[in-house]
Design a protein around this ligand. Structure first.
Ligand code: ARG
Length: 467
């Protein structure tokens, strides 16, 4: 049942009203429908339905005063922008009554009326706050906007909450407010009351950066083949196709783990203080984490000592089920163009063919004749499903905690012992795996095996929060 409206402000973010989440606080019980017109038609061509991974309600929201009625929904997957799904910016210039704006929603079309299936729109006039205060006897705060007609008749109503009050700049629409409350709908001298978003611009920006500053590269990945890497047999020797030198600093979360100046593994920066690495890399306190480096022979933008290494509880299985370590940095990484963390996928997000995956690392094997071992290299890789992977490696070797890809990504082909598998959707990169054990010789048919990140979200969260 449509509960509330909202507006897209970024690929992963929808803004809406805080009061929508008083009853259902659990992110997983919500779904965002974008690109919709007719809610009754479940196969509209441009619809995008995505789950919600996080609800960030304004901590100041008060049921009594209805102030700070704003919340952000972080989506589980980024929206794809097109003609029907696009973001709106927040209106930051003064909003002068009697300016006219539009409201849209699937709420009731009259007081106590039913909700509707087709998106409705109506124009409303912004009202001076004094008039509104008069109509609502002191219940109007400066961070609210009132709009409607003083004689009533046009208004939002139940079910429209959180939806956009869109105002035209002369060039484009910007978001002036969100449907928040009113007495009845469309009554005389009872205009609709909206959350004035420009007053919350800092809260919005901060909430978004707190939760999401990951997965974007300042230098976009380049020289990346348009097809996944391949392996072929050239006169008895295996050769890789589609592995290329990365453009410098285009994978800003990639770090080099070094001991006594020697690179021994890759790691992945997941936030300013933490690197995720393969446990088998055996990182130790005092080793160096080298960030923002392309060619290992040259200066890096930062080197930070390993402060402490954390591993998951191990059982006695061999090969180990969980081949991951978390490395705490001696000092926080300075994010910038060449140093930036990757995003972690929300739990139970599965990589499928709608994502493009890439593995990156240093090192050399015979397979990579033309690639410099000192420069970071990259390869697009295709995924292999667990069933197919098990049929080659054997039932007991491949656990549900693994992720398999085309053999080209294996350590013995790519040369890197702890290479990350990052997958991208709509330009945002998420870490899905860290390379683990595999075939000793770059093998044409044996898939590369990664430890999957999705199931260890909780461990990562607990470890990186606690200490
Ligand atoms: N709180 C309502 C909702 O949950 C929206 C009320 C807007 N009312 C109005 N008269 N403008 O949908």
């Amino acid at each position: 049942m449509p509960a509330c409206g909202g507006a897209i402000i970024a690929p992963l973010w929808v803004i809406t009203a805080a009061h929508c989440f008083l009853r259902f606080k659990d992110a997983s019980s919500w779904i965002v429908m974008a690109g919709k017109h007719d809610l009754d038609n479940s196969n509209e061509s441009f619809q995008q339905l995505v789950g919600v991974s996080k609800i960030v309600s304004h901590q100041g929201y008060s049921m009594r005063t209805k102030e700070f009625d704003v919340a952000l929904l972080k989506l589980r997957e980024p929206l794809q922008y097109n003609q029907y799904v696009r973001p709106i910016e927040i209106w930051m210039r003064p909003l002068h009554p009697p300016m006219r704006c539009s409201i849209t929603g699937w709420g009731s079309t009259r007081e106590n009326g039913p909700r509707v299936n087709l998106l409705q729109e109506v124009n409303v006039t912004l009202m001076p706050l004094d008039n509104c205060t008069h109509f609502y006897k002191g219940r109007i705060q400066p961070s609210m906007l009132c709009a409607g007609e003083s004689e009533g008749g046009v208004d939002a109503c139940q079910g429209d909450s959180g939806g956009p009050l869109s105002c035209y700049t002369g060039e484009r629409y910007q978001l002036g407010g969100l449907v928040s409350w009113g007495v009845g709908c469309g009554r005389v001298h009872k205009p609709g009351v909206y959350t004035k978003l420009q007053d919350h611009a800092d809260w919005i920006a901060n909430a978004m950066t707190r939760v999401l500053s990951c997965g974007k590269a300042e230098t976009p990945p380049c020289r990346l083949g348009s097809l996944p890497a391949t392996l072929s047999d050239v006169g008895g020797e295996v050769r890789a196709g589609g592995v290329t030198e990365a453009c410098p600093y285009s994978w800003p979360w990639q770090v080099s783990l070094q001991s006594e100046g020697r690179h021994y593994c890759s790691g992945t920066l997941i936030n300013r203080r933490w690197v995720l690495a393969a446990h088998h890399c055996n990182a130790k306190m005092g080793d160096m984490v080298v960030l923002g480096v392309h060619d290992l022979r040259f200066m890096a933008s930062q080197s930070v000592p390993v402060d402490e290494v954390f591993e998951q509880a191990q059982d006695s299985s061999f090969p180990p089920n969980n081949d991951l370590s978390l490395i705490r940095l001696g000092e926080p990484a300075r994010s910038g163009d060449s140093v930036f963390p990757v995003c972690l996928p929300d739990d139970d997000i599965e990589v499928d063919d709608s994502w493009t995956c890439v593995t990156t690392g240093w090192g050399q094997t015979k397979t990579l004749e033309k690639v410099s071992p000192h420069s970071l290299h990259q390869a697009r890789v295709s995924l292999v499903n667990l069933t197919a992977c098990r049929s080659i490696w054997g039932e007991d070797l491949i656990k549900d905690t693994h992720l398999c890809t085309h053999p080209a990504a294996a350590v013995s082909c790519m040369g890197d012992a702890g290479a990350p598998l990052v997958c991208q959707k709509h330009g945002l990169y998420f870490l899905f795996g860290v390379v683990t054990w595999g075939s000793r010789h770059c093998d044409l048919i044996k898939p590369a095996v990664f430890t999957s990140i999705a199931d260890v979200r909780l461990w990562i969260k607990d470890t990186t929060e606690d200490v």
